[in-house]
Write a protein that binds this ligand. Structure first.
Ligand SMILES: Nc1ccn([C@H]2C[C@H](O)[C@@H](COP(=O)(O)OP(=O)(O)OP(=O)(O)O)O2)c(=O)n1
Length: 197
């Protein structure tokens, strides 16, 4: 179980408290706290320290005299890479002699099962706002687990099918850009087959 919020030191005199729904509460610091942040200025969930990277000073929403709620730009941490996750999962399965069960079809079924578990977390809730502001910490933790399971199986499936996923993603995104030229489809969610030219 991770903490509901992680405090970290910011610019002089300010304490940022990163909430897991992607906002930072900025408060006046009362006393020095140990710096719990990763060295790249992000916490373990990839939240950036300063919303001003958005250049969006107008995004600041003042809620009281001494605290400010800022929407956060979200980025992932640089690691582990896909290759590192592939290797960790290979070690995990080797140690358990589970390779015998991890053929492509089984991995596909396992991955779809985990996608189902992600869906369960969203079902019957109606539309969910970005950052999941209404979710409990326990629900967020569940989501972290299930999305990780999907990714782990996806990467192992790609490996067992000899798909070099990082490179395949680059090629597919290039194709996507050709299929959906921004100048043509801007602001429209239609499928490319619906465009008549
Ligand atoms: N034969 C298996 C079983 C598990 N795992 C790994 C990959 C997944 O990340 C995770 C899946 O574990 P579970 O099947 O126990 O599924 P959950 O963790 O989602 O548990 P639950 O179904 O109770 O939510 O463990 C694996 O590689 N091979």
């Amino acid at each position: 179980m991770f903490n509901a919020s992680l405090p970290f030191s910011g610019p002089a005199g300010l304490l940022h408290v990163v909430k897991t729904n992607g906002v930072v509460l900025t408060k006046k610091r009362r006393k020095t706290l140990p710096n719990m942040m990763a060295t790249n200025g992000k916490d373990s969930r990839g939240l950036q320290e300063d919303a001003s990277v958005n250049g969006a000073a107008s995004d600041l929403q003042t809620h009281s005299n001494d605290s400010t709620v800022r929407p956060q730009r979200f980025t992932f941490s640089p690691g582990p890479t896909m290759e590192e996750i592939r290797r960790m999962q290979a070690e995990f399965t080797d140690e358990r002699d589970w390779n015998q069960f991890h053929q492509p079809r089984n991995l596909l079924l396992a991955m779809v099962g985990e996608v189902g578990e992600v869906s369960e977390l969203f079902q019957w809730r109606g539309e969910v706002a970005e950052g999941l502001p209404d979710w409990t910490e326990s629900e967020r933790e569940q989501l972290e687990h299930e999305l990780s399971d999907v990714l782990i199986y996806l990467l192992e499936l790609a490996k067992k099918c000899r798909v070099d996923l990082p490179q395949a993603v680059l090629r597919k995104m290039a194709l996507n850009r050709l299929k959906y030229p921004a100048s043509k489809v801007h602001g429209s969610a239609k499928k490319y087959t619906e465009y008549k030219d």
